[in-house]
Design a protein around this ligand. Structure first.
Ligand SMILES: [Zn+2]
Length: 341
């Protein structure tokens, strides 16, 4: 069995934000290679892991890009302005430590004018924020963080209570790990379906990688893997009611704000879970999109669904997942892959 915590640490160490996925693509390709017949990538950087079968094509996308920031301006004092890559809560960024591509660290602060303590954190705009790397001059800062370079959260990957893991970027590096678990499960099994596990790029900036990947693979069924919110924290986000609970198993997505999953795929996943005694939960995610939608809208339409990992604090530097859920997502994918289409 693969060590999820150690794999996550390795991936977080190399991962870069959307559009810059080369390092994690290279590592994932290496990790997948022993389990499949061929591994290759396309012009955008999507990584395809193909396990050949005589039957119909099934595609399993998980996005390997993570959210981050791009440096847009360096001021005279050496402070850095940035644009978000992917969805961020501006108030949640204040005080966060980031790692630049050059390896130097910085801390995110708010302009004095934003006066967050007076007006409240809710009023903070991302343009009120800057990164301080401790540089003495504009020149020094530009050398370490030129415009166009990117940075990401610098936060530890560690165990929480029980089998939970607290870490940045479980969205969706844990989805990528679930694909590896599925590939490992199927290593010595000849499967009827022709299987395509795809690590996709640029999901966080608008599901941009999965669509061309699905066009290329032309699957009969696509099953994406991503994280989903839970309804078990104090003060559920936006007061939304959500049934998903951390640690209660993978979810079978019914809908999110980007997609309504095809009933055939939902049934396929429920059947795979029941026959293999894998716990699962039904999921309706009220806000948020996934690669599922991009796959569904490719070519003349593709049967699409999604399995999610329950995750608290999505897009924060300390997301929480349960490693049992991640493992069971991998098992559910393998079980679904074995049922001939
Ligand atoms: Zn995601």
């Amino acid at each position: 069995m693969l060590n999820i915590l150690e794999l996550h640490k390795q991936l977080v160490e190399v991962a870069l934000p959307s559009g810059f996925e080369k390092p994690q693509g290279k590592l994932l390709a290496q990790l997948a290679k022993p389990y499949v017949d061929e591994v290759f990538s396309d012009a955008l950087g999507n990584v395809y892991c193909h396990k050949k079968g005589p039957g119909k094509r099934m595609m399993f996308p998980a996005h390997m890009d993570v959210i981050g920031m791009m440096i847009t301006f360096v001021d005279d004092k050496g402070f850095l302005r940035f644009e978000p890559i992917g969805g961020h809560s501006p108030a949640g960024l204040i005080g966060v430590t980031v790692r630049l591509e050059s390896g130097v660290r910085g801390t995110i602060r708010a302009d004095a004018a934003a006066d967050v303590f007076k007006h409240g954190f809710g009023d903070v705009d991302v343009h009120d924020l800057y990164i301080d790397i401790g540089a003495e001059s504009k020149e020094e800062a530009e050398e370490l963080a030129p415009i166009g370079s990117v940075c990401m959260f610098d936060a530890p990957t560690t165990m929480g209570a029980g089998s939970t893991m607290i870490a940045p970027y479980t969205d969706d590096l844990c989805g990528c790990i679930a694909l590896l678990i599925a590939m490992e499960e199927l290593k010595d099994t000849q499967v009827e379906n022709d299987l395509w596990f795809v690590f996709t790029v640029q999901e966080e900036v608008g599901l941009r990688g999965a669509k061309p990947a699905a066009w290329d693979v032309q699957p009969h069924m696509g099953i994406a893997v991503d994280v989903t919110r839970t309804g078990d924290t104090s003060g559920e986000i936006d007061g939304q009611r959500m049934q998903v609970r951390l640690g209660k198993g993978p979810t079978v997505k019914i809908k999110d704000s980007s997609v309504q999953c095809n009933p055939q795929v939902i049934e396929h996943l429920r059947k795979a879970a029941k026959e293999n005694k894998i716990p699962y939960q039904d999921e309706i995610l009220l806000a948020g999109g996934t690669d599922t939608a991009a796959v569904q809208k490719t070519r003349a339409g593709i049967l699409s669904g999604c399995v999610s990992i329950p995750c608290r604090n999505i897009h924060a530097p300390a997301e929480i997942v349960d490693l049992k859920d991640v493992e069971n997502v991998g098992k559910l994918l393998a079980a679904a892959a074995k049922i001939a289409l």
